[in-house]
Ligand binder design. Sequence first.
Ligand SMILES: O=C1O[C@H](COP(=O)(O)O)[C@@H](O)[C@H](O)[C@H]1O
Length: 246
Amino acid sequence: MTGQNTRTGSVAVFANRDEVSRHLADWLLKQALEKTDGPFSMALSGGSTPQGLYGLMASEPYASRFPWARMQFFLGDDRFLPHDHQDSNSGMLQRLLFSRVPVPAENVHLIPATGTAEDAARTYEAELKRFYGADTFQPGKPLFDVNLLGLGADGHTASLFPGQPVLKERTAWVSTCVPPVAPYTRLTLTYPAIHASRHVVFLVEGESKRDVVAKVRAQDPACPASGITAMGDLTWVLDRAAAPED
Ligand SMILES: O=C1O[C@H](COP(=O)(O)O)[C@@H](O)[C@H](O)[C@H]1O
C-alpha cells in the first residue's frame, strides 16, 4: 500500500517496528538539521506506539546528532495526572527521551498537571501562543514543524475521542476531553492546532490497528482521526501488520 491523496496523505509501510522507528528517527534528524532559520518544533504523541522511536532518538548515533539546543518539544496530549504517574505521557517522555539527551529544560514544554484541567489547558495554550508569537494562526506559518500522532483502535488521535465536544472546537488550541471509554481526564491539542503543522505524521503499528487505519484512510466520520488536516503534508508511517490490504 503506497500512494498519495491530498486529504488522506501518503503512506509508507515498513517490515516491522524496528524499521519504522529507524525510518522516523532518520527522517526527523534530516528535518531537524535542515531547519536552520529558527527552532525546530515538534508535538509528540503519547501511548505505547512511539516508545521505540523515542528510545532510539535517545541512543547513539542519534543522541549525538540531533541539534537538541534548537529543538522545541510540546505534547499533543496528556492525561491530567502528576508527571510521575505511570500513565502520564509526560512521564514516559521524560524517562525515555528528555532525561537521556542534552535538550535544554526550557525547550521541553510539558502539559501542566496542576490546578484544574481547564486551568492547565489555558496555561498550555498561552505557552503555545508565546512560542508562536501570535494569538491566531497566520497562513503559511506553522506552529509545529512536525506533529507526530498516534491512533487508537476507536479512531481517536491525540485525545480527540469519538463523540466528544472537543471535536467541535474551532477556536481554542488546547482543550480538555473526558472520554467515557478511556481512563482519565485528558488535555489535547485541538483540530486547528494540529492543522498548524508543516508535517503531520501518523505513526501506527500492529495488527490490532489495521481495521481502524483502513477506516480513517477511507475518511470514516466516526473516527476523529479522519478530521485531521495539515498546513503542509500528512504522512502515514506503518508497520506491515497495521497496513490494510490494497
Ligand atoms: O491515549 C492515547 O492513545 C493514543 C494511541 O496510543 P497507543 O498506545 O495505542 O499507541 C496516543 O496516540 C495518545 O497520545 C494517547 O494519549
